[in-house]
Write a protein that binds this ligand. Sequence first.
Ligand code: ADP
Ligand code: ADP
Ligand code: ZN
Length: 211
Amino acid sequence: MTNIILLGPPGSGKGTQAKLLAERISVPHISTGDILRAAKETELGDRASEYMNRGELVPDSILIAIVEDRLAKPDCASGCILDGYPRTIPQADALNRILSGLDLRIDLVINIDVPDDRLITRLSARRVCECGATYQLTFNPPKKEGVCDLCGGALYQRDDDTEESVRNRLLVYKRETKPLINYYENLGLLTTIDGSGSIKEISDEIYAYVQ
Ligand code: ADP
Ligand code: ADP
Ligand code: ZN
């Protein structure tokens, strides 16, 4: 049983790597961004999208309730990979509480380190599919332009991948999320990996480390 957190700024490759690792070690991939986007056209989704489009964080109370709910599902008994949660110290404190209530704990926190200029390049050319697949026009393009390799769906740009929103997300990351690096370092759980290599190189490095 392994519970792993992937930490890193927007665009560092958390989603890409979480998906690959989840497949390799057969545990669920829990992305709070995906959960919020899937809530589109519900009251939760409407509330969340106002924050998301501006590149702000959705309030802690909402996220904590979502994660509490998700971690209680039976598939998490074998472990999970958390992608995009926690993003604040109160969320990390709540996670400790939730996990200990379930008799679980965090085993590893992998911090993916990527320089800012590269994050902006990556996010401005990110394209996604409804099925959850993510592409990058230069580094990880689909085989056929505009079409998902996995399901044939039409690719689109996320509403929050505008330059203005991306810049704000990086500021919010530095203010709210970066302090989690120290938080988990102090708990002896953190390892930092260089996220500027290829998707395959990073995936192999993470997998080797987890093993
Ligand atoms: P995050 O979930 O941290 O925001 P993503 O996994 O969505 O990051 O990756 C951001 C963008 O960068 C996507 O378009 C993705 O295809 C691309 N990407 C991910 N990892 C790499 C990498 N190692 N090199 C180049 N581009 C990458
Ligand atoms: P990114 O690729 O930028 O890391 P995500 O898909 O993880 O984006 O998250 C998209 C948006 O969803 C965030 O900018 C934020 O508004 C909201 N969000 C996701 N996870 C959280 C969280 N743990 N706390 C607060 N807001 C969140
Ligand atoms: Zn698809």
